[in-house]
Ligand binder design. Structure first.
Ligand code: G3P
Length: 219
């Protein structure tokens, strides 16, 4: 099975607003999109209606429906615009464990996928008991840097993969992933896929970089 690849657009200037649309248009050239997920910021999520052929996820979601919830990103609303999954508890958007639990419970009754981020093995243990679809191990200190999680933390990835498979949760890893070798190493250590931000988005040619990582393009 192909590795799952989540591209986090974060709030980079070249990946928000009109630029997010331009990037998605480029990324659309990749023929097989089944294993690729694009995590957009809240202001750009409606692009999912213009790009129904791409898997578009949110970077955060709240466990409420419609109503008096000022500023929230409602799961029900996301589903209505064809966004069927989200990151949660990213290092740059941390939550209390009780809110993580409530969001996971809400997601299960709304057929919504969650990629719940964890910074260390203790968090992986407690979050995996809540059985989200995915846990993404991202050590905070490596995010945005040049040392990949697969090089720096192989033992933690191995342990995390045992903990996750024991709870029927798929493991993803992220931070500093920039090359096909980083992805291969992550898979060999037991991950099902990776999260990448700067390695693609900050590349001078993001589409070429993503093609080099996914290895296919429309003829
Ligand atoms: O969500 C992915 C992200 O936090 C990893 O960032 O820039 O190290 O690929 P980066």
């Amino acid at each position: 099975m192909k590795p799952l690849i989540f591209i986090n657009f974060k709030h980079y200037e070249n990946a928000t607003g009109r630029n997010a649309e331009l990037l998605l248009n480029e990324f659309r050239k990749i023929k097989d999109q089944k294993n690729i997920y694009y995590c957009l910021g809240p202001g750009d999520l409606r692009l999912s209606l213009e790009f129904p052929d791409l898997n578009i996820y949110s970077q955060h979601v709240d466990y409420n429906g419609y109503g008096p919830y000022t500023g929230s990103i409602s799961m029900n609303f996301l589903k209505s615009i064809n966004v069927n999954g989200s990151l949660l508890n990213h290092s740059e958007k941390r939550l209390e464990i009780d809110d993580i639990r409530k969001t996971i419970e809400y997601s299960k009754s709304h057929d919504f996928k969650l990629v719940v981020c964890a910074e260390n093995i203790d968090e992986i243990k407690s979050i995996s008991k809540l059985r989200p679809d995915y846990i993404a191990y991202e050590p905070r200190e490596l995010i945005g840097g040049d040392i990949s999680v697969s090089n720096a933390k192989p033992d933690i990835i191995r342990s995390a993969s045992v903990i996750c498979s024991g709870n029927d949760v798929k493991l993803l890893v992220g931070a500093g992933i920039k090359t096909e070798n980083d992805i291969k190493a992550s898979i060999n250590l037991g991950a099902s896929g990776v999260l990448i931000a700067s390695g693609v988005i900050k590349d001078p040619k993001p589409i070429n970089k993503l093609i080099s990582l996914t290895g296919n393009i429309t003829g």
